[in-house]
Design a protein around this ligand. Structure first.
Ligand code: PEP
Ligand code: MG
Length: 589
């Protein structure tokens, strides 16, 4: 008789949903270096099992290191491979191994926790000694320790390229560079322990159109590689071993979502005009060059924000002028007859490119980021501006500077732009000298001087992700204070209004390209505030178009008159949500 199959119990975990969709694939649990391993009690009789696991992990790590050494010898020769001799010594270091064994006997807890504690203490001691050789050894020890811990935990290294199976990524945290490397045909979603809705990692998930959940604390300790999981990016749920009933339920939900998508497909070719005839331009945010194909397919009117920094991530050297020109030209052609708004490099904050020179900063979001970096590194800035000016000779390209805080920065950036035009002209290289220049409004000081700025630019695009972060002083990445990150805070609505009013008084248009533009619960407010353009992740454009077409701009303006007098952000949100529900309930989750 066959043995009964082991019953797998369904378990559910709740996090914060940041990208919609449902995915059902095996988990790929990443181990990252900053992950802290929690202690777990181990009874006396199981200690020998812990020691055996430790020995096996040391052996596996030794085999891995020898294999890397072998590959390096065959690729570049024995000299460079000798750097791994120091790594190999670590797995044989008797002092370290004995201390772990003593720690196990003393603390009776899981060996990975004891090992991590011992390694941390070891490294702290070495770091405090004034000897460059010993300090260098700290790096070797940390690298080997990561390998040993991964082997103990049975987890994968954070190297998405190394996994050929379809999966859902489970990680403590993911940087935008990690996420940008995902292979869409293999990675069907991700769940992280920390993170926030407006981090660039979450923004990328929406671009990649994969469900994503953040803030699921402790999840990397709960799952093992290969476990059967389903993630629900609408509700922020992760379900381990989903039961038959759960799978049937999710099959039904997916079918409903498909029906909504089919209905939206039908309005693709229509214009984004309110019921009473006000046109709201609807454009796409492009985060990765691969997204270009979707612009027209989703019915967007060109690109309102091309985040060029992703061309600079995950590479040894910055892209040359010619390489950037090819990207921008291709993007501009994909948008025709509509415009492509190229945002100049917004590097810094949570996007650090190893190809660019960066000094460590205590507060990178308040530091040398975006236009500040470019003005400090004119060679990098000029390379990009020349490439954009050349592409503008072919397509309908506009330039947008990020993080402008006042008029001096704008004028300095424009002065460099003029120098680039002169350089191209003297070299006889074709370009468009009349390219339109606009700025992002994402710093409160820019809002307060929007009347000055409006006289010297052709458009404003409000970056609400940063505007909220800098106005309410709430780190957009910090999940502990996510409840303070509030788009309907009365101050934010007033700032959007001040910007729009300054734009109108000076005859220029104002758009919104932050994530607020994607939230269809807030569309009534943005239309009522007088915004002329909304730019959002390409996949979300059809939903926003449907929302715009369902609303009456006069009613939105009355709503705004009412909420501008209100002091409670939740009550304001509720008012906007009520109008959204009244007009397009089927789209509100
Ligand atoms: C913003 O700040 O709202 C914005 C669109 O730019 P980013 O998210 O890239 O900082
Ligand atoms: Mg920004």
């Amino acid at each position: 008789m066959d043995a009964p199959l082991e019953e797998k119990v369904e378990k559910r975990f709740q996090g914060v949903p940041v990208a919609q969709g449902i995915a059902h694939f095996p988990a790929l649990v990443y181990y990252t270096e900053d992950e802290e391993i929690l202690p777990r009690d181990i009874p006396q009789e199981e200690l020998s099992g812990e020691i055996a696991r430790f020995e096996a992990a040391l052996i596996s790590t030794r085999i891995e290191l020898l294999e890397i050494q072998r590959r390096i010898v065959s690729a570049i020769g024995a000299k460079d491979a000798s750097i791994f001799d120091a790594h190999l010594l670590v797995v044989e270091d008797r002092t370290l191994i004995d201390e772990v064994l003593r720690g196990l006997e003393r603390d009776h807890c899981n060996v990975e926790h004891v090992f991590q504690q011992v390694v941390q203490k070891y490294c702290q001691t070495l770091e405090s000694i004034d000897d460059p050789y010993l300090r260098e050894r700290v790096v070797d020890i940390q690298d080997v320790a990561r390998r040993v811990i991964r082997n103990l935990l049975g987890k994968a290294p954070l190297n998405p390229a190394a996994h050929a199976q379809q999966h859902i990524v489970i990680a403590h945290n993911l940087s935008p560079s990690d996420t940008a490397q995902f292979d869409r045909s293999l990675v069907h979603g991700f769940v992280t322990e920390i993170g926030s809705k407006t981090s660039h990692t979450a923004i990328l998930a929406r671009s990649l159109e994969i469900p994503a959940i953040v803030g699921m604390q402790g999840i990397t300790q709960q799952l093992r590689i290969g476990e059967d999981i389903l993630i629900d990016g609408y509700k922020g749920l992760l379900i381990v071993n989903p039961s038959r009933e759960t799978l049937i339920e999710y099959g039904r939900i997916e079918q409903e979502k498909e029906e909504v998508a089919e209905r939206l497909e039908q309005i693709r070719e229509t214009v984004s005009t309110t019921r009473d005839g006000r046109h709201i331009a609807l454009s796409a945010n492009i985060d990765l060059p691969d997204d270009l194909g979707e612009i027209a397919a989703q019915g967007a009117e060109g690109v309102g924000l091309f985040r060029t920094e992703f061309l600079f991530l995950n590479r040894e050297e910055s892209p040359s002028e010619d390489e950037q020109y090819e990207h921008y030209r291709h993007a501009a052609e994909s948008c025709l007859p509509h415009a492509l708004i190229i945002r100049t490099l917004d590097i810094g904050g949570d996007k650090v490119a190893s190809s660019l020179a960066f000094e460590h900063e205590e507060n990178p979001f308040l530091g040398c980021r975006a236009i500040r970096y470019c003005l400090e590194h004119p060679a990098v800035f000029k390379t990009q501006l020349r490439a954009i000016l050349r592409a503008a000779g072919i397509g309908h390209v506009k330039i947008m500077y990020p993080m402008i805080s006042g008029i001096e920065e704008l004028r300095r950036a424009n002065q460099i732009l003029e120098e680039c035009k002169q350089e191209l002209a003297s070299a006889g290289i074709p370009f468009n000298p009349f390219v339109e220049v606009g700025i992002m409004i994402e710093i409160p000081s820019a809002v307060l001087v929007a009347d000055h700025l409006a006289r010297e630019v052709r458009f404003f695009s409000i970056g609400t992700n940063d505007l909220i972060q800098y106005s309410i002083a709430v780190d957009r990445l910090n999940d502990r204070i996510a409840h303070l990150y509030n788009p309907t805070h009365p101050s934010i609505l007033r700032m959007v209004k001040m910007t729009v009013d300054a734009g109108k008084a000076n005859g220029i248009w104002t758009g919104v390209c932050g994530e607020m533009a994607s939230d269809i619960q807030l569309t009534p407010l943005l239309i009522g505030l007088g915004v002329d353009e909304l730019s959002a992740s390409t996949a979300l454009v059809p939903r926003i178009k449907k929302a715009v077409q369902s609303l009456d701009s006069g009613a939105c303006e009355s709503l705004v008159r009412e909420v501008l007098a209100m002091d409670d952000s939740n009550a304001i949100l509720e008012k906007s949500r009520a109008m959204a529900r009244e007009n397009y309930a089927d789209l509100i989750d």
